[in-house]
Structure formats: C-alpha cells, structure tokens
Design a protein around this ligand. Structure first.
Ligand code: AMP
Length: 275
C-alpha cells in the first residue's frame, strides 16, 4: 500500500522496464467477483494494480458512504494471495484535496438507468476513474459486467478522450443460488437475502421465454415486476435496452440487455443479463 506520490514513482519504473500494467479499480470489501477481475488482469498483463477507494463523489448525500463496508486487512490478505503487485489505497484527501474542482462526465448515458435516480453517480465514477487511470497508467483495465452501465460509460470516456487503455469486462460472479456477489449483500437480513434470489430468477425467466419465441419488452418488464414485487422487492427500474447504446428496444433480440435495480429494505441491488 503506497501513497499517491510513491505509486506514481513505482508506475514510472514499471513502465521504464517495459512491463504492461493491468488495473482493477474497486471500493474494497472484496469478494470473488472482484478477484475474478484480478485474475483476468493477471492473465493479460505483467504488473497488476488494484485500487481500493470508496469514492465519495459517486455517492449522493442520502446514500451509504459512511457505512459502506470496509475491511482493509482482509482485502490486502486476499490480494496478496492473488499475487497483486501493487495495492493502491489513496486517502480521500489525496484524490480530492480541498481545492479540487475538476469533474468529467459522459453525456446522456449518465442519465439513463441507474443515472435516473442517482444523477451525480456516474460523474463521480468517471471523474475518479480518469484520475486513477492517470496515476496508474494502465494498458488494460478490468471492470465487472455486474455494473454493466458503468462499463459502457467508461468505454465511451476511454474512446472519446483517446485514452490508450483497453477496457475488459469480466462476467458476473454469482452465489450458488444465483444472487450476484456484491459488497452490499451483507446489508440484507436473512429473509431479504433469500428473497433477493428472485432477481436472477426473473432475468432467467425472460431468457427462457425469449428462447421460446417471446419478444415483447413491455410484457417482459411486467412479468419481472410481478415476480419481484411478490418477494417484497421495490423496483427502482427495469430496463430492456440495446446493450451498446442503452436505448430501449421495441423487440427483444440477441444483444438486448435486461438490467434492473431493486431495493430490498434499504439495500439497492443491481443485476443484468444479455440475451
Ligand atoms: P465495487 O467495489 O463495487 O466498485 O466494484 C469494483 C469492480 O468489481 C467493478 O468493476 C464491479 O463491476 C466489479 N464487480 C462487483 N461485483 C461483481 C460480481 N459479482 N461479478 C463480477 N464483477 C463484479
């Protein structure tokens, strides 16, 4: 674990030695989902950097920034096991010094889906990711498909700003019963935890129906809504959209993204699948 200045110096050395850098940004409280991304970075680059930074800029005032789960000791032990070369855990002050003023955002895409109810969320994400990219100078960066919209937005930023970084998206890692791994799952009561498996079941149901010839997005949304509400899930959104543009589709087809955000109690979970 290093300070920002030391990290920059080390990155310079690694680059001078001609090694490729693979980067996995996280907010910590690591699970197998994060570690699967680390393993991809390990396979595809010669020097692996993982950042752990709970980014205040991507939380709204009423969200869970203060109580976001943290366990640095455990995270470091897990990353050591994966033979990560550098764990970068900057302080909030290093990333956002008191005179900090610069923000970057990706127009339109940042207002859809998760961005509709979290209007500053993606601006916070792109701002910190661009900053981390400039510190770590990766050749590749690995993100998870669980935050599908985040991946689309980061790819767009990377393309538009001509960052020479290959963005790789790793598949969603799930519990045995289908629930997507998430640092926030620990907030769930045992009952909510059980009910939350409905998210993956609903996604699978639409996949199944699609294979049987079903193609109506409105009906798909209604069916999912009914399944989820029966299990006390409070729907934030269900989106049936093109996987590249994130704009709504008129008919389900190959490449349609079905994404959802649902509250169980106060805990907001996201999940998705591509047909
Ligand atoms: P977070 O710590 O929640 O900011 O996540 C860091 C990275 O891990 C992001 O790229 C997420 O998409 C990814 N991630 C989180 N959960 C999973 C999961 N269950 N499977 C795969 N990747 C994940």
């Amino acid at each position: 674990m290093r300070t920002l200045a030391k990290t920059k110096r080390l990155v310079k050395k690694v680059k001078a030695n001609g090694k490729t850098i693979g980067f996995v940004p996280t907010m910590g409280y690591l699970h197998e989902g994060h570690l699967s991304l680390v393993r991809i970075a390990r396979r595809k680059s010669q020097f692996v950097v993982v950042s752990i930074f709970v980014n205040p800029a991507q939380f709204s005032p009423h969200e869970d920034l203060a109580k976001y789960p943290r366990d640095m000791k455990r995270d470091v032990a897990l990353l050591r096991k994966e033979k990560v070369d550098l764990i970068f855990c900057p302080s909030v002050n290093e990333i956002y010094p008191p005179d900090y003023k610069t923000y970057v955002y990706v127009k339109k895409l940042n207002r859809l889906m998760c961005g509709a109810s979290r209007p500053r969320h993606f601006q916070g994400v792109t701002t910190v990711i661009l900053n981390l990219f400039n510190i770590v100078k990766p050749d590749i960066a690995v993100f998870g498909a669980k935050d599908y919209q985040q991946g689309v937005i980061i790819k767009c930023m990377t393309r538009n700003l001509n960052l020479d970084i290959k963005i790789i998206i790793g598949k969603i890692i799930r519990e045995k019963d289908g629930l997507a791994l998430s640092s926030r799952n620990i907030y769930l009561s045992p009952r909510q935890r059980k009910n939350a498996t409905i998210l993956y079941q609903a996604l699978r149901r639409i996949r199944y129906d699609f294979r049987q010839g079903f193609s109506d997005p409105r009906r798909a949304k209604t069916m999912m809504r009914q399944m989820i509400e029966k299990k006390n899930g409070r729907i934030n959104y269900i989106a049936v959209v093109n996987k590249n543009t994130l704009s709504p589709v008129k008919k389900l087809g190959a490449g349609t993204l079905i994404a959802l955000a649902v509250f169980f109690g106060k805990t907001r979970l996201i999940d998705n699948t591509i047909l």
